[in-house]
Design a protein around this ligand. Structure first.
Ligand SMILES: C[S@@+](CC[C@H](N)C(=O)[O-])C[C@H]1O[C@@H](n2cnc3c(N)ncnc32)[C@H](O)[C@@H]1O
Length: 446
């Protein structure tokens, strides 16, 4: 994995400024989503003041950073404030030492902007996030960093910093790219917004700390890299440092910048349209095809407490659109059916509506949709359940018969029977199919 060069470095002027950050001013947008029983991971946690702050809102907090020295400082600060439910360890965001689906929330504050491979980092964050969990990211947009009085030295500071970061293959405009990177990491339906940071006399301590930190950092942190890369010369760095001091000395000075911030649910609902293989002209060992698939991570299907019928219908429509067939061409659908009264009834209704929409041409001449499920046999073991669903559908499709839902004794009374009786069968018995090549669907939630 990438061995990135961290543009700020861990000079005391950098770490001290980071240590003044709080959850309330750096992760405000996440706070309403936190719950007492959550386990939260803060990646690239630095000296850990934000990490420690999260402990007020959730049960356990883990901070990781790839710098041993900064983790040692985070641990030391923990000694001063108490450590219940908080731990720090050295680890890279590219290779997190945690099992899949360990955390309810995974957060990265001002970290992606320093990475040469932000998408790889997001994939790793996604891996350790639980189904239904939350991934949050926030990064600055350096070109928006502006102040008054407008000093040429501060314009130079911005240019030198951005050029140095880019020389390190990092992106100082990261806040503009979060949505794109998340999509490339296969995290869709991102809730993106921006927030501003303002330094003014309203908070004298923060205003001075910001300016003094940058004056020092220009000489001792990114400035040394700028010299090494030939991006700036010594007198230019002195000019930048003096500009920051001049700015700090002016009580009417202001400085602001914009951050991009967003969160996404780690859950998703997926619809796959499958077609049996081994028909004429195809290789003998081909079982079947993924004819189309769609995923939604808006969080609207999320959570056991609030499944969303429309979100499921949307992904089914998208998968059908890709396959270039209509819902009426699908004979049966393997459902997620996790045995919960509300989830299962909404899923059945969504299937009936998406595959046999009332009022569409030929719907009355089409056989009702078979709704089947392997789940009572295999349980809800995420990938295992998904794979068994797909194999069951493909094999059933090749045999032109579907195995019924095992153990189906009584139908969930909350399922919209009127809708389903007309349009769908909840299969407690074997179902015959029209053709072995008929399309079938599979709906997976995680
Ligand atoms: C700008 S600081 C942000 C620190 C903290 N999140 C905050 O906002 O105060 C970026 C942090 O990311 C860490 N970092 C950089 N590359 C990393 C990587 N590959 N894995 C983990 N941490 C990394 C740096 O050591 C640094 O502490």
């Amino acid at each position: 994995m990438a061995a990135d060069r961290y543009t700020h470095g861990h000079h005391s002027s950098v770490v001290a400024q980071h240590a003044s950050r709080t959850v309330e001013n750096c992760a405000n947008f996440l706070i309403p989503h936190l719950q007492e029983d959550f386990a939260l991971l803060d990646v690239g946690c630095g000296p850990g003041s934000i990490t420690r702050g999260f402990a007020k809102y959730v049960k356990s907090v883990t901070g990781v950073d790839n710098s041993e020295s900064v983790i040692a400082q985070a641990q030391k600060a923990l000694g001063e404030t108490g450590s219940e439910g908080i731990e720090f360890q050295t680890a890279s965001v590219y290779d997190l030492p945690f099992q899949d689906a360990t955390f309810d929330v995974v957060y990265a504050h001002q970290v992606l902007q320093h990475l040469s491979e932000p998408v790889a980092a997001l994939r790793e964050m996604r891996r350790v996030c639980k189904a239904g969990g939350l991934i949050g990211v926030k990064d600055a947009i350096y070109s928006t960093m502006r102040g008054s009085p407008a000093l040429p030295g501060i314009d130079k500071w911005r240019d030198v910093y951005m050029a140095t970061a880019r020389q390190n293959k990092a992106e100082p405009e990261a806040g503009l790219f979060l949505k794109r990177w998340l999509r490339e990491a296969e995290l869709k339906d991102v809730d993106y917004t921006t927030s501003t940071v303002t330094y003014s006399s309203a908070n004298e301590v923060a205003r001075k700390n910001w300016a003094e930190s940058w004056a020092e950092r220009t000489i001792h942190s990114f400035g040394t890299q700028a010299l090494e890369y030939g991006i700036a010369k010594e007198p230019e760095l002195q000019e930048v440092a003096s500009a920051w001091k001049q700015w700090a000395a002016d009580p009417e000075s202001v400085f602001l910048f914009v951050n991009g911030e967003c969160y996404i649910r780690g859950d998703c609902v997926t619809s796959i349209v499958l077609k049996a293989g081994n028909v004429e002209g195809e290789a003998e060992n081909e079982l079947g095809y993924f004819a189309g698939s769609a995923t939604n991570q808006s969080g609207r299907r999320s959570h056991l407490a609030a499944p969303d019928c429309l979100a499921l219908q949307e992904v089914i429509h998208e998968a059908l659109r890709q396959t270039q067939i209509t819902g009426l061409d699908v004979d049966a659908v393997e459902s997620c059916a996790d045995g919960k009264i509300l989830d299962d009834s909404l899923e059945a209704t969504a299937f009936a509506r998406a595959y046999r929409p009332q009022g569409t041409l030929n719907v009355d001449d089409t056989a009702p949709l078979g709704i089947i499920s392997a789940k009572s046999g295999v349980g809800n073991q995420l990938e295992a359940a998904g794979l068994s669903q797909i194999l069951k559908v493909i094999l059933g499709s090749r045999a032109a018969a579907f195995h019924p839902t095992p153990h189906l004794r009584i139908v969930n009374p909350h399922i919209d029977i009127e809708m389903c009786e007309r349009n769908a069968i909840l299969a407690g018995e074997s179902l015959d199919f029209r053709l072995p090549s008929t399309y079938t669907g599979s709906s997976l939630s995680r």
